[in-house]
Design a protein around this ligand. Structure first.
Ligand SMILES: C[S@@+](CC[C@H](N)C(=O)[O-])C[C@H]1O[C@@H](n2cnc3c(N)ncnc32)[C@H](O)[C@@H]1O
Length: 441
């Protein structure tokens, strides 16, 4: 079967779909993390792939039926969902495989004591003075990352690395030590000669963006410490969270059946992005990975949204993967297309199989009347659009969920490879919020 516009139209016709240009599209302006830059605890690290606290609060207010309920985020990232749930007085649980993101969420989702607050204020000042002294005495070794010696300007490298060593040697409260490390990690990209771009790192355009003196380094890190301090002494948010550094596909080992009132998340999209690649500086310099084999293990347990580490020898027919007929048709059509990597069909099969497996587990863990809201982007390969929002809705429906609505919030600008996608089908390349409810079966 050839994929035509009618294929998507028929799939979409089953659901109540709102488009960004329509009045009912309420989440559109809340999808981005970009406005979170100055918000309580969100400003501790600019997590580009995150969404806003306000979006999550809106979804909880709209869908949560249990005032004593528990909200789960299976892809915690920077902890937005759990923080929003806590702000509304609900308990939150989160899973995150990437140890850097897990660490960031842990720092944001901790109740700090008065003693921690006082200690942090003093330690934040002392750290930078001690680091200056250490950097004059010792040459600090770099992580084993292949590009490690190109990451910082040579004028500041040893001083910047010395701060990390002084934090590692800090012998006070664990909570304070974590915040000291976080302030340093949050400055890493600004201070480095690389920036996150697309699916990885790019060298920054020269000179004007280079941090090449110790004064600037101190100023940037002090700014981070100041934000952290102001937020721990400022608003008194009662954190009520459990966060787990494991794959959410393991959730059945941690979460009881029918114990959640809601699940809200944004998974990695099926767009070949590899979070372990994007966060490689934080992972290596933060000592969350020490060897390439550590990185490989992380990739293996992350959701299969990327090609790294896939072997074309894997026999998928042996794996009994979950699928739906619409997905099979789309993947089958890829055979006729020119693809930039022959492992793309395999990645897509595995991505959706894992996503469907997760939906089964979410269904089991939700109370009756519980809800599940998914913020997801569609993708395209070989000119064929993979409408993740509709495919998720279709699978969810097949296991008993009611698809309450799909709200399209943003169209995605296609890469030049996808130029031959027709105008009619282009509207399926988008980011949406898929809203599911577990009604009695
Ligand atoms: C789009 S981000 C989530 C951002 C989050 N909503 C926020 O506001 O910060 C997706 C996250 O899923 C994580 N991830 C990937 N595979 C995972 C898995 N199998 N289990 C748990 N987390 C996973 C990635 O490391 C990444 O941090």
């Amino acid at each position: 079967m050839i994929i035509e516009d009618s294929f998507y139209k028929n799939l979409e016709a089953r659901y109540e779909v709102t488009y960004p240009e329509q009045a009912g599209a309420t989440y559109t302006s809340l999808l981005n993390f970009s406005d979170e830059g100055n918000k309580f605890r969100q400003r501790w690290y600019r997590y580009k792939e995150g969404y806003s606290v306000d979006l999550i609060k809106m979804l909880i207010k709209e869908y949560n039926n249990n005032p004593n309920g528990v909200i789960l985020d299976p892809f915690l990232g920077s902890g937005t969902t759990v923080m929003a749930a806590n702000e509304l007085g609900l308990r939150g649980i989160g899973f995150e495989v990437n140890p850097f993101s897990y660490f960031l969420s842990k720092c944001k989702l901790t109740n700090y004591t008065d003693a921690d607050k006082q200690e942090f204020k003093k330690a934040a000042k002392a750290i930078l003075v001690d680091s200056e002294e250490l950097s004059e005495k010792e040459i600090i070794s770099l992580p084993k990352l292949s590009i490690a010696n190109k990451v910082f300007d040579s004028n500041i490298q040893n001083y910047f690395m010395a701060i990390k060593v002084v934090v590692d040697r800090y012998s006070g409260s664990e909570n304070v030590k974590n915040l000291l490390l976080l302030g340093w990690l949050s400055s890493l990209e600004t201070i480095s000669q690389y920036r996150k771009a697309g699916n990885g790192l790019k060298k920054k355009a020269l000179s004007k963006n280079t941090v090449n003196n110790k004064f600037l380094v101190t100023e940037i890190i002090n700014g981070n410490y100041e934000n952290i301090y102001n937020d721990i002494v400022g608003k008194n948010l009662k954190i009520n969270a459990e966060i787990i550094n494991d794959s959410s596909l393991q959730m059945s080992s941690y979460i009881e059946k029918e114990s959640l009132s809601g699940v809200i998340f944004s998974p990695p999209y099926a767009n070949s992005f590899d979070y372990t690649e994007i966060y490689k500086l934080e992972l290596w310099f933060g000592s969350f990975v020490k060897e390439y084999s550590d990185l490989k293990k992380l990739r293996e347990i992350s959701l299969r949204s990327h090609l790294n580490g896939l072997s074309s020898k894997t026999d998928l027919s042996q794996l009994n993967l979950r699928t739906i007929p619409e997905l099979d048709i789309l993947i089958d059509n890829l055979k006729t297309r020119e693809l930039w990597d022959k492992k793309i069909p395999m990645m897509l099969k595995m991505y959706f199989a894992e996503m469907f497996e997760l939906l089964d587990k979410i269904w089991e863990s939700l109370e009756v009347d519980g809800f599940c809201s998914i913020v997801v982007g569609n993708s395209a390969y070989g000119g064929i659009i993979f409408p993740t929002d509709l495919l998720i809705a279709k699978y969810a429906e097949s296991i008993g969920f009611l698809v309450d609505k799909i709200e399209v919030d943003r169209y995605i600008i296609t890469s030049s490879q996808q130029y031959h996608i027709t105008l009619d089908t282009k509207k399926y390349l988008r980011e949406s919020v898929v809203c599911l409810v577990k009604t009695q079966k």
